[in-house]
Design a protein around this ligand. Structure first.
Ligand code: NAD
Length: 477
């Protein structure tokens, strides 16, 4: 395990410069693999939030008036900065999130680069003016954006909000998650180096209850783009609603992967295990429920158990490691609680379990777990665990599979496997969810990402993500 240097940061990035926080208090950032404090960052509150929103408001008109070409030039420099900092991003996310280094490089560093690049292409082509009959409709920036992000894909979630907001012509105040502010600081440095005008991007680290809540309630904020838990999303929407602010919410999930008879069962189950365990299961759209026809159930459970045994938790800095720790002691206690609850409700353990790992006494490690005999009414089949836990459920026929898949409050991701993609697509059309991958279809960074039901409001990524930050003015001729 590499020794990390401890850093004490006292500044926030506000109005184009790093400035001492105007609030007292700090947040300790832990390395979840070592439980050592990596750094402290300011716990921003009223003073920092006010200063950041004021800076963003001052910058709003000027930034809205920039040309598409000026915005593309600055965003290209930011994208190039992200490209040049891939190794540093990877090391930062390994340290503060505990993501395995291979996954951190490919996804935590690589995906933000892909998304930033996708917005450059989109911005070059996007029709900000459209003629409709005797009107010309202008798509204009929706105003000052508060971006509030979680810790699980810390840079991706920042880029997926900040880049389209800036592309649309909106200034941003970013409040990243308490557990992962270091990659947010790195991002702020890259924005600074790209040379954006002062106030166009601002970073306030702080707690959700104080800095996050102050930002959402702030009268100077026009748009709130939030990713996080459904419980907090509800609060955010209530507060934003009182201020008549536009709100986009990317919330939790309990996504189902449905294997229809005729599909390649081994492939479907192996891909599901990898999907459910990626990022230690801390993925909002993870396929946490595997639905298999009852005639193939025991075979599927056997394949899943065998696949799960290959995921040995270990040091995330070791390139051999496929699964690292959870982000925090709190998440560890929560995941273990769900596992104990599932066993008490009658689930059958076929891999993993709630017991601590004797060989890893330090770090927030949990055993990657497969639960069989899970029924749709069990808590583990209804609530988001946010850990490497796969529940395997049996269905009788297609209608029953649809009923189970749609039978939660969530609707974010999903998978369908069938003998052919037409059959898979026909089934997927019956699912109440925002995304479905057919026979292992790849993630598309331009496709709208977001939830049905309690998984959220609005969409991120691609054109749909850009339009969250636009409002329309119609001129009649
Ligand atoms: P969280 O809701 O606790 O926190 C998310 C962010 O909101 C953090 O920055 C936090 O500081 C802030 N926050 C907390 N309370 C707040 C308040 N009262 N007002 C304003 N801001 C507040 O969630 P988390 O534990 O950080 O993240 C995990 C959750 O995020 C999971 O439920 C997961 O499914 C969800 N998530 C969803 C998506 C998606 O795109 N749908 C992506 C990633 C994570």
């Amino acid at each position: 395990m590499q020794e990390q240097e401890f850093a004490e940061y006292g500044d926030q990035y506000i109005d184009g410069a790093w400035r001492p926080s105007g609030d007292s208090g700090s947040i300790a950032v832990l390395n979840p693999a070592t439980e050592q404090v990596l750094a402290t960052v300011p716990a921003g509150a009223g003073a920092d939030v006010d200063a950041a929103v004021a800076a963003a408001r001052r910058a709003a008109r000027g930034w809205a008036a920039t040309t598409r070409g000026e915005r593309i030039a600055l965003l290209t420099r930011l994208r190039d900065g992200i490209a040049g900092a891939q190794a540093e991003i990877t090391a930062t996310v390994v340290a503060e999130l505990g993501a395995p280094v291979g996954f951190a490089g490919a996804v935590h560093a690589g995906l933000p680069l892909t998304v930033a690049t996708s917005y450059l292409t989109l911005l070059a082509e996007y029709p900000f003016e459209e003629r409709i009959g005797n009107s010309v409709v202008h798509a204009e920036p929706a105003g000052v954006v508060a971006a509030i992000t979680p810790w699980n894909y810390p840079l991706h979630q920042i880029v997926a909000k900040v880049v389209p907001a800036l592309a649309a012509g909106c200034p941003v105040v970013l409040k990243p998650a308490e557990s992962t502010p270091l990659v947010a600081r790195l991002f702020a440095r890259l924005v600074d180096e790209a040379g954006f005008p002062a106030g166009v991007f601002n970073l306030v680290t702080g707690t959700g209850a104080v800095a996050g809540a102050a930002l959402v309630a702030h009268p100077g904020v026009d748009v709130v783009s939030f990713t996080g838990s459904t419980a907090v999303g509800r609060l955010v929407a209530e507060t934003a609603g009182r201020g008549l602010k536009r709100v986009a919410l990317e919330l939790g999930g309990k996504s189902a992967n449905v294997v229809l008879p005729g599909a390649d069962l081994a492939r479907a189950v192996n891909v599901n295990v990898a999907n459910a365990f990626a990022n230690s299961g801390q993925t909002c759209s993870a396929w946490t429920r595997l639905l298999v026809h009852r005639d193939q159930y025991e075979e599927a459970v056997g394949i899943a158990a065998k696949a799960a045994a290959k995921y040995l938790p270990g040091d995330p800095a070791d390139p051999q490691t496929r699964i690292g720790p959870l982000v925090s002691a709190r998440q560890l206690a929560r995941v273990r609680g769900y596992l104990e609850g599932a066993l008490a409700q009658g689930a059958r353990l076929v891999a993993g379990g709630p017991e601590p790992l004797a060989e890893l006494p330090v770090g927030f490690y949990v055993r990657p777990t497969v639960l069989a005999d899970v029924t749709p009414d069990m808590t583990v089949a209804q609530e988001e665990v946010f850990g490497p836990v796969l529940a395997v459920l049996a269905y009788r026929d297609e209608d029953h599979a649809v009923e189970i898949a749609n039978g939660t409050d969530y609707g974010l991701g999903g998978g369908v496997w069938a003998a052919d993609t037409d059959t898979a697509a026909a089934f997927a059309r019956r699912l109440d969810t925002g995304q479905v991958d057919l026979n292992g279809g790849r993630f598309n960074p331009l496709a709208p990402f977001g939830g049905y039901k309690n998984s959220g409001l609005g969409r991120e990524l691609g054109r749909h993500g850009l339009e969250e930050f636009l409002q329309y003015k119609s001129l009649q001729y």
